[in-house]
Design a binder for this molecule. Structure first.
Ligand code: ZN
Length: 111
């Protein structure tokens, strides 16, 4: 008679052997500690990768929203001088608010 896997699983209303034939060290291929550790490592890796993706998406969204906010504040501060040189020159008045916004935009280059 084939020995069954010694892992105990909850099935419906009671705990019972997993029911698969024992292949190595009294466990089936799924419940052998090596296989369980391998599956756990794979799952943790998948979880970490998913988390990194979510972090990247969230950071991109935060950056986009910050850029939009700075642009909204900066647009009314843009001045135009059509008499300057050959064409239309847009510039900022050198006021503190413009400088603060431009500094924040400058800082965002590194992120
Ligand atoms: Zn098993």
């Amino acid at each position: 008679m084939n020995k069954l896997c010694k892992e105990i699983v909850f099935r419906g209303f009671w705990f019972t052997s997993c029911g698969r034939p024992a292949k190595r060290d009294g466990f089936c291929g799924i419940h052998h500690p090596d296989a369980v550790a391998k599956m756990r490592a794979k799952s943790e890796e998948r979880y970490a990768r998913k988390n990194a993706e979510l972090d990247a998406k969230r950071n991109a969204a935060i950056r986009a929203s910050k850029l939009a906010e700075l642009a909204e504040r900066l647009i009314p501060l843009i001045k135009f001088d059509t008499t300057f040189g050959s064409g239309c020159l847009a510039y900022f008045g050198g006021d503190k608010e413009s400088q603060d916004i431009l500094r924040e935009l400058y800082e965002m280059r590194k992120q």
